[in-house]
Design a protein around this ligand. Sequence first.
Ligand code: ZN
Length: 411
Amino acid sequence: MREVQFSLLTKLLKNVAQNSPFYRQKFSSLGICPEDIRSESDFEKLPFTTKEELRDAYPLGLQAVPDEKVVRIHSSSGTTGKPVIIPYTAGDVEIWAEMMCRCFKMAGVTPLDRVQITPGYGLWTAGIGFQAGVEKLGAMAVPMGPGNTDKQIQMMIDLKSTVLVATSSYALLLAEEVQKRGILSQIHLKKGIFGSERWGEKMRKRIQDGLGIEVFDIYGLTEIYGPGIALDCHCHSGMHYWDDVLYFEIIDPCTGKRLSDGEYGELVITTLVKEGAPLIRYRTRDLTRIIPGNCSCGSPFPRIDRIVGRTDDMIKIKGVNIYPGQVDELLTEINGISSEYNIIIDHVEGRDRMTLRVEREDRVDCSLVESLIVELFKKRIGIQIRAEAVPIGTLPRSEKKTRRVFDYREV
Ligand code: ZN
């Protein structure tokens, strides 16, 4: 931890102990005094903050400023249980826009660009976060929101959009549509900024080639401002994150122990300057690593690697832990299949069974691809699976996040 980060942290701890009902209670029940945190190792003894705790604080238990300071709320999608509500001050909104603006600059976006924003607006942080960054940079925002692919493509052509902001699965859908309609020559896109889900090299390449663009990964989560807290640069060797605003740690998701740079584990974030809902050692459930050393782009900001999975989509099958990220990586080695796949797990005759369903191109021999996958899976991940190659375009695409794992085992 750098000295300037530590001094921000000291201020933060004092602030939450006084003003955040959530942390006041958490600290007092555990006997934690902000004054006792005098070093990085003291800090590492502080308890984590979890998503469950944030849910329990519903609706506004996280708010650490008086009502008149709150200008907006956002909320994480409540697909499982209660949503998490995050209040923002004017200062939070400003810092978020600044981070997003840095992201656009890092991707080489200029005030002359036209940025088509396809993620949703509203309670979700995505759309409005990108919008604020585009406006701060001085580029032109085309605030489409999600869906309506025909209209998206029409606007893309007529307004000559040069930058596309999307989830990676929607970008793939658009890329396939552009190919199908044979209209690539009418598209003016140069760059794509995609995020909000883990995706592999193969999918990236299909989007890149399908739309003729350079692709940048963006990272973020509603609990910590929203998207825009990290982005990969032109070197595409990891995502730079804004360490003047956020403090990142990587921990072992099972033991909670801090890991060294370079080791894969769960990303834990502390917000150094957030006002509305500051978070200390928040467990993101995202799996990545801090990349040691400097990036050849020359940026002073440190890097995390691409997100390889979520701690909660880790699948345990036949006693082996599998991350979907490993499957992505394995599939990039096989020619003639798409980036889309489904993992189906069931329990047959007293044993777990895993089926990996992939999409193959017409020219490819079905049984050959299937046996190749089975063999590679056995060699790399160490378990016997079944593979099923279906024609390209069979597996569902989605405008939001694509579900890939279907676990039918009874719990
Ligand atoms: Zn770089």
